[in-house]
Every structure is written in C-alpha cells, then in structure tokens.
Design a protein around this ligand. Structure first.
Ligand code: HEC
Length: 124
C-alpha cells in the first residue's frame, strides 16, 4: 500500500483529533462543588468562621507568608480518608491549629462531610 498525499492528510487529521480529545479529557476542571459564600447551611457558616482565613473563602487554598495553605477541593485532600480529615481538623498539624476545643465532634464530622460532598462533589 502506497502512502499517498491524501492518506497522509487523513492521518494528520486523525492525529490532531486524537490529541484534541486527549487534551480535553485531561484538563482539570476549574471549579467543583458548591459556592461557599452563597451557601446557607450550618457547615458553610462553620467553614466561613473557622477555616476560610487560611484555606480561602472558596477553599481553593491560599498563600500565607509565602507558603501555600492547601485547597480542600483538589489535590492531596482527595486521597485522604474521612478519618484522616477528621483527625487533621480535631488535632491540627503545624501550623494548622487543633479545633477540638472549639468544635464538637459532631461539628467536625459535619465539616468532613462538607469537604467530601459539598466541596469535592463525592457522594460516598
Ligand atoms: C491558621 C491557618 C489554618 C486554619 C484556621 C485552618 N487550617 Fe487547615 N490547614 C492549614 C495548613 C497550613 C495545612 C497544611 C498542613 C500540612 O502541611 O500538613 C492545613 C491542612 C488541612 C487539611 C489537610 C489537607 C490535605 O491536603 O490533606 C484539612 C482537611 C484541613 N486543613 C481542614 C481545615 C478545616 C476544616 C478548617 C476549619 C475548621 C481548617 N483547616 C482551618 C492551615 C489552617
């Protein structure tokens, strides 16, 4: 089979289409979950009062003193178990303070679910 000019053209187009589809699929979504500033739930107000100063008003992370406070929507947080997230909030991890004295266990669990369900859109 001879590779004619028109076959080459088709090959080129097919490759371009494949690359385009690939690029679209791997592009990270820029937003996810609810808009915290509009939310009227108890969890959202807990977040605004206790967490927004460091993690940002919409939980996309924030730079403080040249260091990045992580996003609670994307990244490493998605790999944590609910237990790990609970412990992080309850006991803190330098420089994040412990919230055990300020929030009840129930409130901390509500924040864990808030991060998973409302911020990351996970249903389990
Ligand atoms: C004083 C700033 C500060 C406040 C307030 C704060 N955090 Fe953090 N938080 C941090 C920093 C800094 C880290 C990263 C710690 C590290 O390097 O491990 C972090 C990490 C986390 C993590 C782990 C993220 C991951 O990728 O595993 C969770 C979950 C979290 N914070 C939730 C909360 C919640 C919920 C609140 C409010 C109740 C809160 N934080 C309040 C500074 C803060």
């Amino acid at each position: 089979m001879k590779l004619t000019r028109s076959k080459l053209k088709w090959l080129f187009i097919a490759k371009a289409v494949a690359l385009f589809v690939f690029a679209c699929n791997t592009e990270k979504p820029k937003s996810r979950g609810i808009k915290i500033s509009d939310a009227k739930t108890y969890e959202a107000s807990l977040y605004r009062q206790n967490c927004a100063v460091c993690h940002g008003a919409e939980a996309y992370g924030k730079e403080i003193d040249g260091k990045m406070v992580p996003s609670l929507r994307f990244g490493d947080i998605e790999k944590r178990s609910e237990e790990e997230i609970f412990n992080q909030i309850a006991y803190g991890k330098n420089p994040m303070p412990s919230f055990k004295g300020q929030l009840t266990d129930e409130e901390i669990w509500r924040l864990v679910k808030f991060i998973r369900r409302d911020l990351q859109g996970k249903t389990n």
